[in-house]
Design a binder for this molecule. Structure first.
Ligand code: GRF
Length: 216
C-alpha cells in the first residue's frame, strides 16, 4: 500500500479531500509548519499521526528544512504531498526527496506561480483559470505538471469567488493524482513524471465550459 505523508500549513481542505477519497494508500503522517491549524485536527480525527515542526522555532531556513526532512524520513513515505503547504523548501531538502514529492498549486502553471494566484488571474484578465498538480523540483512551482483542472473566470468574480471555484477542482484533482501514483498510472522520477493514458481524472466540465464564458 502506498505510504503517503502530507505537509500542511493551514485549514487542510485538500488534506481532508485526500482522507475522504478512500484511496489505496496509507496516510503515515501529517506535518504542519504551523501549530494549532485546522488540518492537524482533521488528521487526528482520522487517526493519522500528526506533528508540528514550527518554522518559527528555528534560527535558519536550513535548520527548519533539516528538522522537517528528518521528521519526514522517519515516516518512510513513498509519496509526500504538499497540500496547502506554504513554505519554500531548499534544494537540499528537495534533492533528498527527489521524485517523491508533489504539490497542488491554485493556478494553471506555468501561469501565476507563487502567491496570490487568483488576484494575479483577475488582474491579468484571463478567462480560464484553475489548478495544477506538479512534481516538486528545486524551481518554485515549475516542476513537471502531472494534471490540471480548468474553471471559467466569470464576470463579477472577486478573489474569493474564484478561489472557491478553483478549490472545488483542487479537491478532485489531488486525490485523482494520488490514486494514479498508488495504482501506477502516474510514475514519479527525479525531475520527471510518466503518465499513462489510464490516469482517470474524469472531466468535471463539458467542452463548452472550456470556451471562455459567453460574452455578456
Ligand atoms: C489551496 O488553494 C491550495 O492550493 C493553496 O492553499 C489553499 C488552501 O489549501 N496552496 P488547504 O485548504 O489548506 O488545503
Amino acid at each position: 500500500m502506498l505510504r503517503v505523508a502530507v505537509l500542511i500549513s493551514g485549514r487542510g481542505s485538500n488534506l481532508e479531500a485526500l482522507l475522504k477519497a478512500a484511496l489505496p494508500a496509507t496516510f503515515v503522517g501529517v506535518i504542519s509548519n504551523r501549530p494549532g491549524v485546522g488540518g492537524l485536527a482533521l488528521a487526528a480525527a482520522q487517526g493519522v499521526p500528526t506533528r508540528v515542526i514550527d518554522h518559527k522555532a528555528f534560527a535558519s531556513r536550513e535548520a527548519f528544512d533539516d528538522a522537517l526532512a528528518d521528521a519526514l524520513a522517519a515516516l518512510n513515505p513513498d509519496l509526500i504531498v504538499q497540500a496547502g503547504f506554504m513554505r519554500i523548501l531548499g534544494s537540499r531538502f528537495v534533492q533528498r526527496f527527489a521524485g517523491r514529492m508533489i504539490n497542488i498549486h491554485p493556478s494553471l502553471l506555468p501561469a501565476f506561480p507563487g502567491l496570490d494566484t487568483h488576484g494575479q488571474a483577475l488582474r491579468a484578465g484571463v478567462k480560464l483559470h484553475g489548478c495544477s498538480v506538479h512534481l516538486v523540483t528545486e524551481a518554485l512551482d515549475a516542476g513537471p505538471i502531472i494534471a490540471q483542472a480548468v474553471v471559467p473566470v466569470l464576470a463579477g468574480d472577486d478573489e474569493s469567488a474564484l478561489a472557491a471555484r478553483v478549490l472545488i477542482q483542487e479537491h478532485r484533482l489531488l486525490p485523482a493524482v494520488v490514486r494514479g501514483v498508488a495504482e501506477g498510472s502516474v510514475k514519479l522520477l527525479p525531475g520527471s513524471v510518466v503518465i499513462s493514458p489510464t490516469l482517470a481524472v474524469e472531466p468535471a466540465w463539458t467542452t463548452s465550459a472550456l470556451v471562455s464564458p459567453p460574452l455578456r
